[in-house]
Ligand binder design. Structure first.
Ligand SMILES: Nc1ncnc2c1ncn2[C@@H]1O[C@H](COP(=O)(O)OP(=O)(O)O)[C@@H](O)[C@H]1O
Ligand SMILES: [Mg+2]
Length: 202
C-alpha cells in the first residue's frame, strides 16, 4: 500500500496525518515514510524523537527512498503544499491512495476545492478528504464542512481528526500522539486508527 498526503495549502495536518498513518500501517507490515517536503517536517519529527525512543518506522528523504525500500511492505509519502499540475500528476501516479487533509475553515476548503478540480481533470478517483483539527460540539465547523463536502459530491472519510494539543506535543517531542502524556492522547490516536481501518477495510 502506498498512501500519500497532499494539499494546495500548508498547515492542514498533512505531516501529522502521514506520521500517524505510517504508525497504523506499521502494525500491519514494515512501513517507510518518505518525506517529500523540502521543509523536512517529518524528518525533523523523527530526529527529535530519537532521545524519546523514536518512531516505530523509518523516515527518509526522496533521494534515499530507493535504498531504504528494500523489504518494505507499506509506504507513506508526505508532500509539500503545491498547486502545480505536473507535480500533482506525479503524486497521483505515484500512490495507491491520496489523502487530502483539510481543516474546516474557508481558506482550507477553498484550496481543497481547487485540489479536487485538479484531480478531476487528471481523471483519478483514488482520493479521499480527511477533516482535521475538528473542535468538539457545540462548535459546528466540522459538521458544516462535512455537509458542504458531501453536497459537493467529494469522497470523504467517515471518521475525523479532533483538535487536540496532544498532536502538537507529539510533534514537539518527536513521538506518536498515543505516547504523549495527555488526557486526550489515546482518543487522538484512535481518530487516526479509525481512518487507517477505513483505508485498509477493517
Ligand atoms: N488534530 C490536531 N490538533 C491540533 N493541532 C494539530 C492537529 N493536527 C495538526 N496540528 C498542528 O497543526 C500544525 C500543522 O500541522 P502539519 O501536520 O505540520 O500540517 P502540514 O504538513 O499540512 O503543513 C502543526 O503545528 C501541528 O502540530
Ligand atoms: Mg507538512
Amino acid at each position: 500500500m502506498i498512501i500519500t498526503t497532499a494539499s494546495l495549502k500548508g498547515g492542514v495536518a498533512k505531516t501529522t496525518t502521514a506520521i500517524h498513518l505510517a504508525a497504523f500501517l506499521q502494525l500491519k507490515g514494515e512501513t517507510l515514510l518518505i518525506d517529500g517536503d523540502t521543509n523536512r517536517s517529518a524528518t525533523r519529527w523523527a530526529e527529535r524523537g530519537l532521545e524519546n525512543g523514536g518512531l516505530p518506522f523509518k523516515v527518509v528523504g526522496v533521494n534515499q527512498a530507493a535504498k531504504y525500500s528494500r523489504g518494505i511492505e507499506h509506504f507513506v509519502i508526505d508532500t509539500e503544499a503545491s498547486a502545480e499540475e505536473e507535480e500533482m500528476k506525479e503524486i497521483v501516479d505515484g500512490c495507491d491512495f491520496l489523502i487530502l487533509p483539510t481543516t474546516p475553515d474557508s481558506l482550507s476548503l477553498d484550496a481543497l476545492i481547487q485540489t479536487v478540480e485538479l484531480l478531476k481533470s487528471l481523471k483519478t478517483e483514488k482520493y479521499c478528504v480527511l477533516l482535521t483539527r475538528i473542535h468538539p460540539s457545540p462548535r459546528r465547523e466540522g459538521e458544516e464542512a462535512r455537509e458542504f463536502l458531501e453536497q459537493s459530491g467529494f469522497p470523504i472519510f467517515k471518521g475525523k481528526i479532533r483538535e487536540a494539543v496532544a498532536f502538537q506535543k507529539a510533534a514537539n517531542q518527536g513521538i506518536l500522539v498515543e505516547q504523549v502524556k495527555d488526557s486526550k492522547a489515546k482518543l487522538a490516536w484512535k481518530d487516526y486508527f479509525e481512518i487507517g481501518k477505513e483505508i485498509c477495510g477493517g
